[in-house]
Design a protein around this ligand. Structure first.
Ligand code: PLP
Length: 384
C-alpha cells in the first residue's frame, strides 16, 4: 500500500514534465522495475521482446495521456485490430469521408468481407453524426490531419456529438504524433499511431499502436493474442523506442521547416494552392491552432501547370527524393498519380474515397536545413 502511494506521487510528478523529458525518461517506479541486477536479467528473446515492447507501450500511453497501450506490427494492423476487436458482424463504424490511406483499402477489402459496415460521413461538419448514428454504430474513426490533403477535423466537437450517442471515438493522429496533438485531451477514447511514421522517424521499421483506457486496451490485447501475425518484432520495438526519444525535437524541426516551405510556395507565382495546417489560408486554421502545438512536416500543393507541372518539378528536384513513404529524416515528395495507383484503384466503388486531383503533390519535409530545401524547391519550380 505504501509502495503504491509512492508510485502515484511519482506518476503525478512525471506527468507534469515536458514531452521530450517523458520520451527519454521513465517515472521512478518504472525505472526501478527495469533496474534489475544484470545477474537477474533474463537473456531469453521473449523477455527482451517483452521489455522493449512493454516499455514502448507504457511510454506511448504516457505521451498520449492514455491509461494503457497496445503495440502491433504496423499502423494497418492496429486499425484492423481496432475494428475486429470492437465491432462484430453487422455492426457499423462511422468513418470520415474521404479516407485516402491504406486504411481505406483495408476497410473495403478486408473488414467489409468480415461483415463490418463502414459508413462514410463528412465529419468536417460534426453534426452530420446525428443523422448517421444507428443502434448498430459502435465507433467513429477519423484521421486528423488527414492524408494526403491535411484536412483538420475538430476532435472535441466530434467527440461531443459521438458521446451524446454513447459511441466511442478513435483518432488516427499519425500525421501529428503526440508531440503536437493529444486527442484524448480533446475527448477521444482511442488514439491510433502508425509508429512507422514520425514516432520511429527514421523510415527503417514498421509498427502501430492503440492507446486508450485500461478496459479498451485489455479488450484489444485479448484479440491480438489470437492474431500472432499482428505482433511486433523485438527489433522493431527497440528501434521505435530509440527513435521516440528524439520525437519532440524532430517534430519541432519538421514543423518549422514545413511552415517556411509552405509560406514560400504560397508566395510563388507558379503555385496554384497550398495546404498546410498552420497557414492562415488553411480552411481549418483555427481548429489546427487550437488542437495542435505545431503544423507538422506534411504539406500538399498544386501547380498552375497541373499534372505536367508536377511531373516536371519533381524530376528537377535534387535534394528532395521522390517516394511514397513519409515522416523520415530526409524529405520525400510524391505526386498524386502514385498515391492514386497505390490506393484508389481498389477503392473506386467503395464510396470511401474521392479521386485526388491529378495535380496534388504531397511533401514530407525532413530534417535538412530549411534554406537548402527552399532553394531546391525554387530551382525545381523554374521549369517554364
Ligand atoms: N495512418 C496514416 C495517417 C497513414 O498515413 C498510414 C500509412 O500511410 C497508416 C496509418 C498505416 O500505417 P502503416 O504504414 O504503419 O501500416
Amino acid at each position: 500500500m505504501q509502495d503504491r502511494k509512492e508510485t502515484d506521487v511519482a506518476d503525478a510528478e512525471f506527468d507534469d514534465l515536458g514531452c521530450s523529458t517523458r520520451a527519454i525518461h521513465q517515472p521512478a517506479h518504472l525505472s526501478r522495475n527495469h533496474d534489475v541486477p544484470a545477474s537477474k536479467k533474463s537473456s531469453g528473446a521473449d523477455n527482451d521482446h517483452q521489455s522493449a515492447t512493454d516499455m514502448l507501450e507504457k511510454t506511448l500511453a504516457r505521451l498520449e495521456g492514455a491509461q494503457a497501450g497496445l503495440v502491433l506490427s504496423s499502423g494497418l494492423a492496429a486499425f484492423n485490430m481496432l475494428a475486429v476487436s470492437l465491432l462484430s458482424k453487422g455492426e457499423e463504424m462511422i468513418v470520415h469521408r474521404p479516407v485516402c490511406t491504406e486504411t481505406a483499402a483495408l476497410m473495403e477489402n478486408t473488414l467489409s468481407r468480415a461483415g463490418i459496415i463502414m459508413i462514410p460521413v463528412d465529419l468536417s461538419l460534426p453534426a452530420n453524426i446525428h443523422r448517421s448514428v444507428t443502434p448498430k454504430t459502435r465507433l467513429i474513426y477519423f484521421e486528423t490531419p488527414t492524408n494526403p490533403l491535411g484536412d483538420i477535423l475538430d476532435i472535441a466537437a466530434i467527440a461531443k456529438c459521438g458521446r451524446s450517442w454513447g459511441v466511442k471515438i478513435a483518432v488516427d493522429s499519425t500525421f501529428a504524433s503526440p508531440a503536437l496533438q493529444r486527442p484524448i485531451e480533446h475527448g477521444a477514447d482511442i488514439v491510433l499511431q502508425s509508429l512507422t511514421k514520425y514516432i520511429n522517424g527514421h523510415g527503417d521499421t514498421l509498427g502501430g499502436a492503440l492507446l486508450g483506457e485500461n478496459a479498451i486496451v485489455q479488450k484489444l490485447r485479448e484479440t491480438s493474442l489470437r492474431s500472432p501475425q499482428a505482433a511486433i518484432s523485438p527489433q522493431a520495438s527497440f528501434l521505435i523506442l530509440r527513435g521516440l526519444r528524439t520525437l519532440a525535437l524532430r517534430m519541432d524541426r519538421h514543423s518549422s521547416a514545413a511552415h517556411a516551405i509552405a509560406l514560400t510556395l504560397e508566395a510563388h507565382p507558379a503555385v496554384a494552392w497550398v495546404r498546410y495546417p498552420y497557414l492562415q489560408s488553411h480552411p481549418n486554421y483555427s481548429i489546427a491552432r487550437r488542437q495542435m502545438s505545431g503544423g507538422s512536416g506534411m504539406l500538399a500543393f498544386g501547380l498552375r501547370a497541373g499534372r505536367d507541372g508536377a511531373c516536371a518539378m519533381i524530376a528537377r528536384l535534387r535534394l528532395i527524393s521522390s517516394g511514397v513513404n513519409l515522416a523520415e529524416v530526409g524529405s520525400l515528395i510524391c505526386h498524386s498519380a502514385r498515391l492514386t495507383s497505390a490506393r484508389h484503384l481498389s477503392l473506386a466503388r467503395s464510396g470511401l474515397c474521392d479521386p485526388l486531383g491529378d495535380d496534388v503533390i504531397r511533401c514530407s519535409v525532413g530534417l535538412e536545413d530549411a534554406e537548402d530545401l527552399i532553394e531546391d524547391i525554387l530551382q525545381a519550380l523554374d521549369f517554364g
